[in-house]
Design a protein. Structure first.
Length: 212
């Protein structure tokens, strides 16, 4: 007679998984730093990595170095293998389609004397991108201090700077804000990112931003 056996994972498997999760955070940051060094062509000592959101097996990091700035996502699997990717490189799940056998039953066609429906047909709207790649340009003669977030000084976000006559690229989401701040981290000017934003530019007086 065969017996169906059910049970919990062995204790060694649980312990191994916990150790991998504890060591994953350090490997994530190392992978992100190595990827940024290659992308920026920048020495390791000039690359700074700031954690924006970190979980047990994955994290989101803001990285800057050599007048470049980018956001990376690091992920580890249960075998301790980690990778660092740009958000745009992560495949999105395919949209689910309704099964034919779950469609509602068809209704009878209206008779010839029934009034035609006056409601206009609705067309599907294209999905908005979840991440847009934005080019930041500073043609003004001074380095400007930049803040990525809703409220500089009092809100959560990331501070950076943009050198004179330089440009960099950053992955952002529609609705994200970018600010010019003064030395006291007070907001001077701001711009909001939309799904169609391609460029955010500092004006010639170093006190304003324009998004297009």
């Amino acid at each position: 007679m065969q017996h169906m056996l059910t049970g919990r994972p062995s204790s060694w498997l649980i312990a191994t998984t916990c150790l991998l999760m504890v060591g994953c955070a350090g490997r994530l940051e190392t992978k992100v730093r190595e990827r940024a060094q290659q992308d920026f062509d920048c020495p390791a000592e000039q690359v700074t990595v700031e954690r924006e959101a970190v979980g047990a097996m994955s994290g989101r990091y803001a990285v800057a170095g050599c007048d470049r700035q980018e956001t990376y996502v690091g992920r580890c699997n249960l075998f301790g293998m980690c990778v660092a990717q740009l958000p745009s490189e992560i495949p999105q799940p395919a949209p689910t389609t309704a099964r034919a056998d779950s469609a509602p039953p068809a209704t009878a066609a209206p008779t010839s004397n029934a009034p035609a429906s006056s409601q206009p047909s609705q067309t599907a709207q294209p999905a908005q991108p979840s991440v847009v790649s934005v080019t930041l340009r500073n043609p003004c003669p001074n380095t400007v201090k930049i803040f990525f977030g809703d409220k500089p000084k009092f809100g959560s976000g990331t501070y950076s700077s943009l050198s004179s006559n330089s440009r960099t690229s950053k992955s952002m989401r529609p609705g994200d804000m970018i600010w010019i701040v003064d030395d006291s981290q007070n907001g001077v000017a701001s711009a909001s990112i939309s799904a169609t934003t391609k460029t955010v530019e500092v004006n010639n007086s170093c006190t304003g931003l324009s998004a297009r």
